[in-house]
Design a protein around this ligand. Structure first.
Ligand SMILES: Cc1cc2nc3c(=O)[nH]c(=O)nc-3n(C[C@H](O)[C@H](O)[C@H](O)COP(=O)(O)O)c2cc1C
Length: 152
């Protein structure tokens, strides 16, 4: 390790990735039998450490045994993380819901990885929709909200 490591440069809240495309990966999966809230807390603690260093932000929704995760950041870093997550034995049946690469703002610029209860996800997405600036983000959020409302 060098003693001259460069401090992490966070984006301005809401800003694009320094003009470079932002990649986002959305999936859902099923928790493995025997995995409980303490394991989920461990996942979040590890995620916050690791994601910060990788300039990754997003949220993890957990409820009724199902994970739903929104990951956004530089493509190479996001894809390396997805490879790690794919082999994680704490969940299974991972299904990719969407991937996207655009020059745009982050939807969750200040969240290294936030755990959100399934009951609260609608509120979180609505808040994000209020602050989202660009059309792609607004459309993506609106689609997620419409899907949620159609199921409730
Ligand atoms: C549903 C789920 C979501 C996860 N999300 C992240 C994440 O956002 N960031 C992360 O670093 N690890 C995440 N993990 C954990 C990784 O699979 C892996 O265990 C971890 O990155 C390894 O970190 P370590 O090498 O520091 O021990 C997640 C695991 C699961 C089951």
């Amino acid at each position: 390790m060098s003693n001259h490591s460069i401090p992490i440069q966070y984006d301005e809240p809401g800003a694009a990735l320094g003009g470079a495309p932002l990649f986002n990966f959305v999936y859902c999966s099923q928790v493995r039998d025997g995995v409980g809230s303490a394991d989920v807390d461990n996942i979040i603690a590890a995620s916050r450490r690791r994601n910060r260093a990788q300039r990754i932000t997003g949220l993890l929704v957990f409820g009724s045994g199902v994970f739903f995760q929104w990951i956004e950041g530089p493509k190479a870093e996001v894809m390396s993380l997805v490879k790690l997550i794919e082999t994680d034995v704490r969940h299974e049946m991972m299904v990719t819901l969407s991937t996207d690469e655009e020059i745009r703002e982050r939807i969750f610029p200040t969240w290294d990885m936030e755990l959100v209860d399934a009951e609260d996800i609608q509120e979180v997405l609505q808040d994000a929709l209020q602050t989202a600036q660009d059309k792609r983000s607004i459309d993506a959020l609106q689609l997620l909200l419409d899907n949620l409302q159609a199921r409730s």
